[in-house]
Write a protein that binds this ligand. Structure first.
Ligand SMILES: [Zn+2]
Length: 257
């Protein structure tokens, strides 16, 4: 099977001890491309290093909204400048908005205006560089869509990562011609199954968000090869063959990136 992961974080410390082994095992299982999304300045550096070392890793650079809102504007702008100078990146990501209050975002939407400002700069950068933009939107789905709509009507290279918004928002994204990427935990979440059903296969991608969101209860750390579980579920929903689905998603990847 040909597996594409458009949203992973293999630069995270969870992989530090055995990254060679992880890459080898994933390639042996049919993983053809891993779009590794950077989440802050040092993460972006590590993503570039990994991409240099392993050709299966395709670098996407960005700034996770929670982190972006909390650094000094000057530091953010310096990072933006650094990203804008990179010639070999395949996408802008991970970027977006996050209004959810939780352990990883204790301030919720308190820094909303800072987050919006940062996201706006990334939307413009993706536009200027003509790169796909991989978007995080947690409890901020409508704001994300409105910002993208008002900025990039001509830019169809938009991938909504792990989108959990409501039905009418999913429809709006698809009508705009944007894409959605389905995490390999699609088995467990009805919301994701609905997206897989609604979206034409040409507008679908697969992802892990590794190390998070493993599809197996007994394996905590996610890996791109586990996407095979997601592909099986998408095939089942779309009444297609798994091989066929994996090939079509690979074609989508080649077209977009
Ligand atoms: Zn992520």
């Amino acid at each position: 099977m040909m597996v594409v992961d458009v949203h992973a974080h293999l630069d995270f410390e969870e992989y530090d001890a055995d990254i060679d082994k992880v890459i080898n095992e994933n390639m042996a299982a049919g993983v053809k491309a891993i779009v590794n999304n950077g989440v802050h300045a040092s993460s972006n550096r590590k993503v570039l290093e990994l991409a240099k070392k392993y050709s299966v890793i395709k670098p996407a650079l960005g700034f996770y909204p929670v982190h972006a809102a909390q650094v000094k504007e000057e530091d953010f702008d310096n990072e933006l400048k650094f990203i804008s100078k990179q010639e070999n990146i395949v996408a802008i990501g991970e970027v977006g908005l996050d209004y959810y209050v939780g352990d990883d975002n204790p301030h919720g939407d308190k820094y909303k205006s800072e987050m919006r400002k940062c996201f706006q700069k990334f939307i413009e950068l993706a536009h200027r560089k003509n790169l796909p933009i991989i978007v995080h939107s947690r409890r901020a789905e409508l704001d994300v869509i409105e910002m993208l709509e008002s900025n990039s009507l001509k830019n169809k290279k938009i991938i909504m990562h792990c989108f959990m918004g409501r039905h009418h928002l999913v429809k709006r994204i698809l009508d705009n011609g944007w894409s959605m990427s389905i995490p390999c935990i699609v088995n467990k979440l009805q919301q994701l199954q609905l997206i897989a059903q609604m979206a034409p296969i040409e507008q679908l991608f697969t992802e892990t968000d590794a190390p998070y969101m493993s599809p197996y209860p007994d394996i905590k750390r996610n890996e791109p090869r586990f996407i095979i579980e997601g592909i099986k579920k998408i095939a089942n929903i779309k009444k297609l063959d798994s091989e066929e689905v994996s090939k079509m998603i690979y074609l989508n990847y080649q077209r977009m990136f």
